[in-house]
Design a protein around this ligand. Sequence first.
Ligand SMILES: [Zn+2]
Length: 398
Amino acid sequence: MASGAEFYAYPWDLSDEGVDAAATILSQTLGPGGGVLLALSYHVSTYFSPHNPRRKLYYGEEGAVYFVPDESLYADTAMRPLVSHVVTGSNYMPDLVRGLQRHDLRFSAWAVYFYNHHLPQAFPDVARRDCFGEPYLAQVCPAAPAARHYAIALTRDMLRHGPAAIQLESLSYLPCRYGFRNPKVLVDIAPYHEFLLGLCFCPHCLTAAQAGGVDADLLRRDVATYLDVALAVEPAATLMEADLTEQIDVAFNGRLVQYLEVRTETATSLFEQVAATVHDAGAEATFFGSLDRQVTGLDRQRVLRCIDAVYTRILGAAEELPATVSHLRQDLPDVRLVSIAAPGASSNETRARIEAEAAAGVDGFAFYTYGLLRRTQIDWIGAAREVWTDNTKDGVAE
Ligand SMILES: [Zn+2]
C-alpha cells in the first residue's frame, strides 16, 4: 500500500484552531488518502506556532500525554503518564480523532516513549543511571520492569483511540546527550568516552547483565575509573576520530561487548512486545529513530521484522537522492520508506524536492509539522500534492 502523504501535528494546534478548520486545511493540502500523525505522547520542547490563533509560543510540558489515560491499564506499573494541561477532558482526544476522520484523514499516533523528563523525576527507579550513579532526568531505562509494563500500558492506552498506526519513537536506550537542556558543554568529549558515559548502569541493567553471566559491578567500576581519568584531560585528536566499534570490541577484557549483548536483548525484546501489541490491535507499527545497536540496544534485523514502515529524513542534494534512497532500501528491506519532509524556500523548490524524492523511490511523505509551519509553506506543500496523489492512484509508489 502506498502511504501517500501525512502531516505530523500537535494536538493543541488542532484544538486551538478548531479541529474542523484545521482538518479542512490538512485534507485539502494532502488530497485523497491523506493522514495525520498526531502526537499522543510527547517530549518537552518550546514551540513557535505561527498560525495558531490562540498562542504563538507553547512552553511544552515535561513529557506528557495528550489524552486522559485509562488508569485500569496501568495496574502492572507504579508509573502514570503526566497529562498535558491542554487536555480539557476525556473527550479531548476522541473529539480530535473524530474531527480528522470526518475529513477522511487517516489518524495515526505519534508516540515518544522513553525520552521523557517527567517520568524519571516522578519515578526515580526507572531513570537511566551512568557509571557514576548519576540519574539522567530525561531518559527512562528499558530494563526497569515498571518501565516495560508502562510502555505496554501506554501503547494499549493509545490504541483505545483507534489509530491506523503507532509511530514508535525512543522506545530503546538513548544517546548520552538526548534530553540535555541548554547544555553547558564547553570542552570536547571523545565519542568513545561519550558512549561510555551514555551507558546505563542502573540496578535493573546490572541485574540483567549479571543474570547473563557478566560481572556488571566490576564493569561499572572499571568504566567509572577509566572515565574519571579520561574525561579530565583533553582527548587526543586520534581519539576524536577513532572507530567506536574497534574500541568497544577490545575494551574491558571483552566485558563491554558482553554487557552490550544483554542490553540488546533488553531493548529489542521490549520493542518486539510493543510492536506485537500494536499489531494485535490491527494497527501498523512504524518507526522513527536510530538503529545504532551499540547506542540504542535495538537489533536492526529484529526491529525490521516487526515494523511496517520507517520514517526518516532523506538528506543530500537532488542528484544524490537515487543513491541515497537505494542505500536506505538496502539497509531497510521489506518496510515502507517514508520521507520526513519539509518545505523548501519557495513553492517551486518545495515541489522539485518532493518530485526528486518520489522519483528516487520513497513510498510516501510525512510533513513536519502542521503547527510549526506558516500557511504559505503549507500551501507550497499542497501545490505539489499531485506528486503523491498520482503515485497513490497508479500504484507507482508501491
Ligand atoms: Zn538501566
